[in-house]
Design a protein around this ligand. Structure first.
Ligand SMILES: *[C@@H]1O[C@H](CO)[C@@H](O)[C@H](O)[C@H]1NC(C)=O
Ligand SMILES: *[C@@H]1O[C@H](CO)[C@@H](O)[C@H](O)[C@H]1NC(C)=O
Ligand SMILES: *[C@@H]1O[C@H](CO)[C@@H](O)[C@H](O)[C@H]1NC(C)=O
Ligand SMILES: *[C@@H]1O[C@H](CO)[C@@H](O)[C@H](O)[C@H]1NC(C)=O
Ligand SMILES: *[C@@H]1O[C@H](CO)[C@@H](O)[C@H](O)[C@H]1NC(C)=O
Ligand SMILES: *[C@@H]1O[C@H](CO)[C@@H](O)[C@H](O)[C@H]1NC(C)=O
Length: 433
């Protein structure tokens, strides 16, 4: 019996504890405000929501970081046009602050006026939007060898923005510096450059990324303009010029500002009379080479930073009677420009005088000769066939073309006659064409 009573007592105790817990949740102890921290970009709208799960019509209040009451229930307390009531029920008090500024940042308090008063605190974080970046330190135009420091500055970000440099889309590392000014940050990134001719036309972009710029970014681009002394290369249309051939030389000057026009000279003097060579701007053309054209041709280009030249040594070889391999000796000379010349330029200047740059020439004479030979041969064959035909049908059809066979007693003699008379065959060709 004693054991049974003890068990019953224990059962009551457990039930009691459980009941007490259930009451605590639904009763006065569950009556507390719930709020959430918020992050808003400056200029945006912040909604401050305070909820009470179980409320017996006790009043709710929102107050700002300076402890000023904003709303007490549905009653506006602070005269600020940016602050409006969104919703006021016994279970919720939501207000909105529009055109949020950095000064609005801070701890906001929701109070539930039970006895004692219960409060909940929500921190409003305001993000500062970085200004469009500015690039400084660039002068235009730059000269080769100039040393410059480009700086990119963006202010107004909070937290500090990320600033990156790109040289023609490819990221390069800059030196970053962050300064706080008030609540926001000024971020600066510097880039030291030693300018050369390859920087001419290169775009430097400064890009700013920030949490307040969702799915986008701010950027500014500057394009470098570099002036440099010219260097020159001469391109030629054929590698080994022969007498009677067509040859075109092209002078290609590189420089900024562009060195135009160019000056052609031969062996340190004037070019020969214009019926030997045709000069058209940068191009020098020989319609038909002659050995008297031998010599060193020089092209000179000048801009305000300097003068440079290239030379081409023309050696006209005999036209081939037998097909003997001939060699040309174009003489690449290094530019005597005043600016520094790196190895890349040197390479292009030297290779510029070789075949890869060869210009297209007129059609080969050997090819034309071949075609003529074929036509002549075909003509001869036709004459032979016609001769044989006419030999069998004497006097029936007498044509001009059959003359070779006309006075031949038979077909074989006709072949010999036709073959031996080359000039005659040439004439025939014209009839057929
Ligand atoms: C704030 O509340 C208003 C009104 O209920 C709503 O239109 C707006 O989308 C809310 N803004 C945010 C950021 O929650
Ligand atoms: C709250 O107040 C409203 C009207 O003022 C009343 O209808 C409602 O019964 C009250 N609720 C509680 C839990 O006191
Ligand atoms: C809200 O912000 C405050 C201050 O930044 C912080 O101490 C607190 O832990 C945050 N609360 C929540 C729920 O994130
Ligand atoms: C940051 O502060 C340092 C020292 O006060 C100053 O020298 C520098 O110019 C400032 N930089 C910027 C980007 O304001
Ligand atoms: C080359 O020039 C000389 C003298 O002007 C001339 O006699 C000769 O016929 C020319 N040769 C050719 C292949 O044109
Ligand atoms: C031109 O050069 C060729 C090849 O070296 C030489 O045979 C010829 O005599 C030269 N003619 C003149 C006029 O210098």
């Amino acid at each position: 019996m004693m054991v049974k009573q003890h068990m019953l007592f224990t059962l009551y105790s457990i039930c009691g504890i459980v009941l007490k817990d259930i009451l605590a949740i639904s009763g006065a102890q569950g009556q507390f405000p719930i709020v959430q921290n918020m992050t808003v970009t400056e200029g945006g709208i912040a909604n401050l929501t305070c909820r009470v799960e179980h409320n017996d019509n006790t009043s709710l209040q929102w107050s700002n970081p300076a402890q000023q009451t904003l709303f007490f229930g549905d009653k506006k307390a602070l005269r600020d046009n940016r602050i409006e009531l969104v919703r006021a029920t016994s279970q919720e008090l939501t207000i909105s602050i529009s055109e949020v500024t950095l000064a609005d940042e801070g701890m906001y308090t929701c109070s539930l006026f039970t006895m004692p008063v219960k409060t909940a605190k929500a921190f409003l974080t305001v993000l500062g939007v970085p200004k469009k970046p500015e690039i400084n330190g660039l002068t235009k135009p730059l000269l080769e060898g100039d040393q410059i420091t480009l700086t990119c500055v963006t202010s107004g970000s909070k937290p500090a923005a990320d600033v990156r440099w790109f040289k023609n889309e490819k990221e390069i590392k800059g030196a970053k510096e962050v300064n706080a000014s008030g609540k926001t940050f000024t971020v600066k990134s510097s880039l030291q450059l030693l300018v050369n001719r390859h920087d001419d036309g290169v775009a430097y972009t400064c890009r700013v990324d920030h949490v307040s710029l969702t799915a986008t970014h701010e950027e500014t681009t500057q394009v470098l303009e570099v002036h440099y002394a010219p260097y020159v290369e001469i391109k030629h249309s054929i590698p080994a010029p022969l007498e009677g051939q067509y040859l075109k030389l092209e002078c290609v000057p590189h420089g900024n500002p562009s060195p135009d026009p160019v000056l052609w000279t031969k062996d340190g003097g004037e070019l020969p009379d214009l019926d030997r060579v045709i000069v058209e701007g940068r191009e020098l053309t020989f319609m038909s080479l002659n050995k008297t054209d031998n010599g060193t041709y020089r092209c000179e280009a000048t801009n305000h930073l300097g003068t440079s030249h290239a030379e081409y040594k023309l050696v006209v070889k005999d036209a081939p009677t037998t097909s003997s391999p001939s060699t040309a000796s174009p003489a690449p000379t290094l530019p005597d420009n005043t600016g520094p010349l790196d190895s890349k330029d040197l390479n292009s200047a030297v290779t510029g005088n070789r075949d890869p740059n060869a210009l297209p020439g007129p059609p080969d004479h050997a090819l034309i000769g071949g075609i003529v030979a074929v036509v002549v041969f075909a003509t001869l064959c036709l004459i032979i066939v016609l001769g044989r035909y006419l030999a069998r049908h004497k006097g029936t059809y007498l044509t001009n073309e059959a003359k070779g066979a006309d006075d031949a007693p038979d077909a074989d003699t006709a072949i010999i006659n036709a073959d031996g008379n080359h000039a005659h065959a040439e004439e025939k060709k014209e009839y057929f064409i």
